[in-house]
Design a protein around this ligand. Structure first.
Ligand code: ZN
Ligand code: FE
Length: 256
């Protein structure tokens, strides 16, 4: 499975999955249709699936136009997003599986950013790493804002993602890494992995390069929103309990 990353809008990424043997393609969170159609044309591929993580406009904005060009494509989304995702035909729940070519993805129900948010996880195969498409739930060095969910839900959602293997590639839907790292460093200044990541990302961004995909092992060591149970984060928030620690951290970030 080949994955293409397309920057769209001001800071979104759309991901195109391509199976070169069969010339089928799927798209994750098409904010816009144009760049997807262009890439499909270049590859000579047929779009068979749209995998949406949640209903926000910057994730589903291209659905309708893509369906006009590829009327047989199937639109997947979370069951609680019924009525909010254009063209949605499949209403997924946590634990469901979806296939693309010879790969199968596991669906995680990850409410918090929205009440219906899901993530798609393709486990590793003999030759390919695991791939996680997490929408606006987990960002590199950050996490999504809580628009429709509670800190308790978000901790549970992030716990599920944190349990995946360290080698998992994490395809976040926004290029927010540098600004997230500024907050992370302020909260966790002694973390050497974090300092190293910060200088690496500064270099990448100076050269206008993407920081996505990130790797889950790196996130586990550096992302404060996956570290609610470590002492630096507990000290910075003056909390101990996972949910109150996470809630205090999220609030600090919202006011940063
Ligand atoms: Zn969103
Ligand atoms: Fe978004």
């Amino acid at each position: 499975m080949q994955i293409y990353r397309m920057p769209v809008l001001s800071n979104n990424y759309v991901f195109l999955l391509h199976n070169p043997q069969t010339q089928i393609a799927a798209v994750v969170d098409p904010a816009e249709a144009e760049p997807v159609l262009q890439k499909l044309g270049e590859l000579g591929a047929t779009l068979v699936a749209i995998f949406n993580t949640h209903h926000h406009r910057d994730h589903v904005g291209g659905n309708t136009q893509l369906l006009r060009q590829f009327p047989n494509a199937i639109v997947y989304g979370g069951s609680h997003d019924r009525g909010r995702i254009p063209g949605q035909q499949v209403f997924l729940q946590g634990g469901d599986r979806v296939s693309f070519g010879e790969r199968q993805a596991e669906v995680f129900f990850v409410p918090g950013h929205t009440r219906a948010h899901i993530a798609y996880y393709f486990p590793p195969t003999g030759s390919e790493p695991g791939e996680l498409f997490c929408g606006d739930t987990l960002f590199s060095a950050g996490c999504g804002r809580l628009f429709e969910g509670t800190p308790e839900q978000m901790v549970r959602s992030l716990s599920q993602l944190r349990a995946l293997p360290d080698t998992t590639r994490v395809w976040c839907a926004h290029e927010y890494t540098l600004s997230n790292l500024k907050f992370a460093i302020a909260i966790d200044p002694e973390n050497q992995d974090l300092q190293a990541r910060f200088s690496e990302v500064q270099t990448l961004r100076r050269q206008n390069q993407a920081t996505i995909p990130t790797v889950l092992g790196v996130e586990k060591r550096t992302n404060p929103f996956l570290r609610w149970d470590t002492s630096p984060i507990q000290q910075a928030t003056h909390q101990r309990d996972p949910v109150t620690t996470f809630a205090a951290l999220r609030q600090k970030k919202d006011n940063f």
